[in-house]
Design a protein around this ligand. Structure first.
Ligand SMILES: *[C@@H]1O[C@H](CO)[C@@H](O)[C@H](O)[C@H]1NC(C)=O
Ligand SMILES: *[C@@H]1O[C@H](CO)[C@@H](O)[C@H](O)[C@H]1NC(C)=O
Ligand SMILES: *[C@@H]1O[C@H](CO)[C@@H](O)[C@H](O)[C@H]1NC(C)=O
Ligand SMILES: *[C@@H]1O[C@H](CO)[C@@H](O)[C@H](O)[C@H]1NC(C)=O
Ligand SMILES: *[C@@H]1O[C@H](CO)[C@@H](O)[C@H](O)[C@H]1NC(C)=O
Ligand SMILES: [Zn+2]
Length: 395
């Protein structure tokens, strides 16, 4: 009776062995020695109150609420400064009516929005007039900020498929006239570019190989990400991944991630005890003991139910699959816009492993590889004691 199970696990072992040598996908990134510097701000936390199922599946009983920190990234190219995403405005009730309702009806709690990107820039001593360009990964309310607070000299970069209709001419619009008024709006036309990186259309933003905008459709039309070269020799990168996923478990684990960054033993043991085998399968799991090491695909998927927050879950899943190849690579750090496991000074993990989140501005993230920051954070999501744990029913 046991032999079929045994041959399944030996197959799994063979598959694991095939991945045992450090694995790096063909990144197809053209060579360059030009780099940018990346640092990160947190502007606020958004709490998805009983709405996590619109982003993530499966949702286990009692696990439908999650805190989503909102990060913005400062990109510095010599003296030129860009922002990748502008967070959320402090007064979400003044969003376009189609979005303000998300706050009045309680789907999102507007708690802890006492600061916006202008406040954190000011605290950092950065004049908003020194921001040459704001790049929106997409037009959702937690990424567009309040552009009317930027001087008109700050330009706006958006993906070509972005819907720039505004309220009130379009009563359902996500944008207000003040989001675009008086500003140079630059649409990135990926269809015109012949460059492909990791099988994704890309544009070399500065023309020197330091910073690529990458077409990652699916979340909403026009969703884009940015690949920054942060060290030249050896080359290492940061992918500003926007909302290609919302919970790290939508990209992890993958066999190549396990090969490059083996799951720490205490988290393998913790997952064995706590991940519910009623909801999650892996070939090496037995008798209610979950085996994370033989899990062949990410634990979570993109929500594709009727009330999904994703415009096109099928297209989004393809973008996510490609981004997750980067997430597994040893020389790319993938930073989504709302990763709760990466807040600075993250506490509550089951074992203190030194740095457990990532620092904010003014520290740059460029040295992540040398500092071992990916190794120290990439498995935080599967920590039973950690804040992003959603892998067993609650109570
Ligand atoms: C980068 O710099 C190295 C060392 O100076 C040089 O050998 C190489 O040709 C440069 N690569 C590019 C693409 O400029
Ligand atoms: C957001 O939540 C995180 C995690 O609980 C916390 O560390 C951080 O201070 C909060 N930040 C804000 C701006 O509320
Ligand atoms: C606005 O959305 C509603 C509900 O989805 C729809 O019935 C209506 O046709 C939309 N109006 C416009 C102008 O798109
Ligand atoms: C910015 O543009 C808006 C809309 O066109 C205009 O009303 C405003 O005067 C402009 N501000 C400056 C400082 O040019
Ligand atoms: C995180 O901890 C460091 C070192 O103790 C401290 O300097 C920094 O202010 C902390 N950051 C936040 C956001 O609490
Ligand atoms: Zn978002």
């Amino acid at each position: 009776m046991h032999s079929p199970a045994l041959s399944f696990s030996s197959l799994a072992l063979c598959l694991l062995h095939a991945y045992a040598t450090p694995h790096r996908p063909t990144l197809d990134i053209p060579p360059s020695n030009a780099t940018v510097s990346i640092s990160r701000f947190i502007t606020a936390n958004l709490t998805a109150v009983k709405e996590l199922h619109t982003l993530v599946q499966p949702i286990l009983p009692g696990r439908d609420t999650l805190t989503l920190p909102i990060y913005s990234f400062l990109v510095q190219h010599g003296s030129r400064k860009l922002l990748f995403d502008a967070g959320i405005r402090k007064d979400p009730l003044n969003l376009a009516p189609s979005l303000a309702t998300l706050f009045t009806n309680g789907q999102f709690s507007p708690a802890a929005m006492d600061k916006d990107i202008f406040d954190v820039l000011k605290e950092a001593g950065i004049a908003s007039s020194s921001i040459e360009t704001v790049i929106w990964s997409h037009l959702h309310f937690d990424h567009i900020g309040d552009m009317s607070k930027f001087p008109n000299s700050t330009s706006l970069v958006i993906g070509s498929a972005t819907d720039t209709s505004t309220y009130p001419s379009n009563p359902n619009a996500s944008l207000l006239e003040s989001d675009l008024a008086g500003r140079n709006v630059i649409r990135i036309d990926f269809a015109k570019s012949t460059l492909k990186i990791n099988d994704l259309q890309a544009v070399d933003y500065f023309g020197d190989g330091s910073f690529y905008l990458v077409n990652t459709p699916g979340h909403v039309p026009g969703h884009l990400t940015a690949l920054a070269r942060v060290t030249a020799n050896p080359p290492s990168f940061i992918l500003l991944a926007g909302d290609t996923f919302h919970h790290p478990g939508q990209a992890r684990p993958r066999p190549s991630l396990q090969a490059n960054f083996p799951c720490p033993a205490h988290l393998v043991a913790g997952a064995g005890k706590h991940v519910s085998t009623d909801y999650f399968f892996s070939s090496g799991s037995h008798d209610g003991a979950f085996d994370i090491q033989s899990r062949a695909e990410p634990l979570l998927r993109i929500a594709d139910g009727a009330d999904s927050f994703w415009a096109d879950p099928v297209v989004a899943a393809v973008s996510l699959e490609k981004v997750a190849r980067w997430d597994a690579a040893d020389n790319v750090l993938v930073l989504i816009a709302h990763d709760l496991t990466l807040v600075a000074n993250l506490t509550g993990l089951s074992q203190n492993s030194g740095l457990s989140g990532l620092p904010y501005h003014p520290r740059t993230l460029n040295g992540w590889k040398k500092e071992g920051w990916k190794r120290n954070t990439v498995w935080n999501f599967i920590d039973y004691e950690g804040p992003a744990w959603i892998f067993s029913p609650l109570g």
